[in-house]
Design a protein around this ligand. Structure first.
Ligand code: HMG
Ligand code: MG
Length: 287
């Protein structure tokens, strides 16, 4: 094992389940989260406090988060919040980390959060301030860092400018999303390079979807450039309901295997992760 550690954040309970036609029961979500925590993830994105009219699949966030936290006090459970209302709901449940989310494309921002990029940043200002007052860190997602399902290719300079706006309002962690999973390694290299002017490369998070089956190649390039934090989902489940055609996240097992093969260490027990992936695949495939 190398002493270079790579942090893998499991987003399956949120990104994985938000796009499923079926609404997974609270009990099955908690079991999935339990298996993921036992697989060694130090951070798990548990759910979203978004409008349940927009994402009914995660309308049970008030039930899921407190029970997950009680069962695994050692695990950091992060949650998506789109606005102050979401933050209030998350804080009422005891959240210890929240994530705001915008995009590097106007088209996706409008479809996903009903706001322009600038409006979304303005909306996040009180969210970040109140989260920090409560002593909790804020992740800032930038979606569509390579291409948008509505606006087409996205220039790296726009990604950098969006990251700069998030950094300016005090967001602690920048997470770069290839939302529709179309990136080539060179695209990711360009995005990482420009965003590393805003935050050190080992503090950036890369959030790949695997629609074109190149996500692992992209992760490999990012690792070689010094990226040390990646999101993924068990079994590669997921997608965004407002990104038509996009498939699931890169699988956390594939990421863990890549790290292992390249000599990096992670906190993941891959056998246990396989059990988590098999469990949720069974739930989603059940008649
Ligand atoms: P809106 O309709 O413009 O909001 O939606 P609004 O402020 O006008 O409120 C409309 C109604 O929603 C009101 O209720 C509000 O109270 C309620 P009504 O008066 O009609 O009964 N409402 C809420 N309820 C509960 N919790 C809240 C909340 N906010 C408002 N937080 C809004 C704007 C942002 C709310 C909506 O667009 C939304 O919830 N969008 C979220 C969509 C989403 O979750 N997308 C998937 C996650 S992002 C993603 O997957 C990408 C990522 O993985 C990275 C990547 O892959 O690139 C992160
Ligand atoms: Mg995503």
């Amino acid at each position: 094992m190398s002493d270079v550690f790579v942090e893998l954040c499991e987003v399956g309970p949120r990104d994985g389940l938000q796009n499923e036609k079926r609404i997974v029961s609270v009990a099955d979500k908690l079991r999935f989260i339990d298996l993921l925590a036992c697989a060694g993830f130090r951070e798990i994105e548990a759910t979203s406090f978004v409008s349940p009219k927009w994402v009914p699949q995660l309308g049970d966030a008030e039930e899921v988060l407190p029970q997950a936290m009680a069962a695994h006090p050692e695990t950091l459970f992060s949650v998506l919040v789109p606005n102050e209302k979401g933050l209030e709901r998350a804080l009422a449940c005891g959240a210890r980390k929240v994530s705001v989310f915008t995009a590097a494309s106007e088209g996706f921002a409008r479809k996903n959060i009903n706001a322009s990029i600038r409006e979304s940043i303005d909306r996040f200002i009180p969210v970040v301030r109140r989260a920090h007052d409560a002593g909790i860190p804020v992740r800032g997602y930038v979606s569509c860092v390579v291409a948008c399902p509505y606006d087409g290719p996205i220039a790296p300079s726009v990604v950098r400018d969006t990251c700069a706006m998030l950094a300016e309002i005090g967001v602690d962690e920048l997470d770069l999303g290839d939302t529709i999973g179309v990136a080539f390694p060179d695209d990711i290299a360009r995005v990482v390079e420009v965003c590393a002017t805003i935050r050190p490369v080992d503090q950036l998070v890369l959030h790949l979807h695997d629609t074109q089956h190149r996500a692992l190649l992209c992760a490999e390039r990012a690792l070689a450039m010094g990226v040390r934090r990646f999101d993924g989902s068990a079994g590669g489940i997921g997608g965004c309901p407002y990104a038509p055609g996009a498939s699931g996240n890169i699988s956390t097992d594939a990421l863990a295997a890549l790290c292992e093969a390249r000599g990096y260490s992670t906190s993941i027990d891959r056998e246990a992760l396989t059990r988590a992936a098999a469990f949720i695949a069974g739930v989603l495939a059940a008649p």
